[in-house]
Design a protein around this ligand. Structure first.
Ligand SMILES: NC(=O)C1=CN([C@@H]2O[C@H](COP(=O)(O)OP(=O)(O)OC[C@H]3O[C@@H](n4cnc5c(N)ncnc54)[C@H](OP(=O)(O)O)[C@@H]3O)[C@@H](O)[C@H]2O)C=CC1
Ligand SMILES: O=C(CO)COP(=O)(O)O
Length: 316
């Protein structure tokens, strides 16, 4: 089976580099010139693309392959897919992004399934920094697909000597874990940036995980998915590493510093989307609510901590 990756940002390029160990890969970019000129992505500087990767800006050509990976930021995924006229029947579409779409409230698998119902949607998610994958450092991810037979094929096709994929049929849990951990990482970064300490971060991670599990249960996701790579695994990585952009945004908010708005930070829009869902459904998602307000500049870190700590005492 042949593979195309759409989106030559940090993650799409890193995945293409890893997959090139298995055979030819097509990497589609909306602007091919930086990639063609230097055989490097500006978002993964210093890492040269292997010859197995063909770069193209021709959408139709890239769509000819059987397995299509979409590494386009969450809020742009729906618009990008609407440019594709074909129904992509018989293709495997693998979401490689994390978040909840503000317009629809859907996650990436939801968007793929809604836009291209004749194709098979799946998601590749879990704890991984693009630079680690590109350097061939050991990484384990979740590949979730509701059709287990197709999931197995994709799992084998996308596993490489350094990228180990575990399979699941719980696409809802997998996409929620990846989306929500980014919100928690902003909260943890903010706490650390404001000097609130490691204990506060541990509390936010644990209560954040409780919030993730509670919401996932309301969507009939499996608790073991939340406890796996796409949930707890990615929460642990993103809430504790300075390499995470979501955590970095939190740090900047906590330190009252500016943050470059061109950097992809999925957790800010996802917090807003989750806050809307919480209002519509009556579910309690206090950390998502706090991060939505914080990232929109409506409150300070001090306000948020006072709000979180002054809620009524309850059972764990
Ligand atoms: N970086 C990482 O370590 C990881 C990232 N992810 C996830 O991968 C997804 C992508 O992130 P990442 O690669 O890091 O982000 P980057 O900011 O590095 O790259 C985003 C890419 O998407 C392209 N893009 C943006 N909007 C559109 C659009 N409307 N149509 C077509 N292409 C578009 C950009 O093109 P252009 O260059 O032309 O602007 C760029 O190539 C996110 O959901 C992220 O959470 C998951 C795991 C790890
Ligand atoms: O998803 C990631 C790690 O699994 C990357 O995190 P950031 O988007 O916060 O950099």
């Amino acid at each position: 089976m042949s593979v195309s990756v759409f989106g030559a940002g940090a993650f799409g390029t890193a995945l293409a580099i890893s997959l090139a160990q298995n055979g030819p890969v097509t990497l589609w970019a909306r602007d091919v010139s930086p990639l063609e000129n230097k055989r490097q992505s500006p978002r993964l500087p210093g890492i040269t693309l292997p010859d197995q990767i063909s770069i193209t800006g021709d959408l139709e050509q890239a769509l000819e392959n059987d397995t299509l990976l979409f590494s386009i930021p969450m809020q742009n995924l729906s618009g990008f897919l609407s440019r594709i006229n074909s129904d992509l029947e018989g293709k495997a579409l693998v979401a490689c992004c994390k978040g909840v779409d503000l317009r629809s409230g859907l996650g990436p698998v939801g968007i793929l399934s809604e836009t291209k119902p004749k194709a098979q949607a799946a998601i590749l998610t879990g704890p991984s920094f693009a630079a680690d994958i590109a350097k061939g450092l050991p990484t384990a991810l979740t590949l979730a697909c509701t059709d287990d037979a197709i999931g197995k094929e994709i799992q084998h096709q996308l596993s490489t000597p350094s990228l180990r994929l575990y399979r699941s049929t719980d696409t809802v849990g997998a996409e929620l874990g990846g989306a929500l951990k980014n919100v928690m990482a902003i909260a943890c970064g903010a706490a650390m940036g404001a000097g609130l300490g490691d204990s506060a971060r541990a509390a936010l991670m644990t209560r954040g995980f409780a919030e993730m599990t509670r919401f996932a249960a309301s969507r009939e996701a499996r608790p073991e998915t939340m406890a796996g790579l796409s949930g707890l695994g990615d929460l642990a990585l993103t809430c504790t590493s300075d390499l995470s952009r979501n955590y970095q945004l939190g740090l900047a908010l906590g330190r009252k510093e500016a943050f470059d708005p061109s950097i992809t930070v999925e957790g800010a829009a996802t917090a807003q989307a989750m806050d809307r869902i919480a209002i519509d459904t009556g579910l309690s998602l206090p950390i998502c609510h706090a991060v939505a307000a914080l990232t929109q500049g409506r409150v300070t870190v001090d306000d948020v901590m006072t709000q979180l700590l002054s809620r009524p005492l309850k059972e764990e």
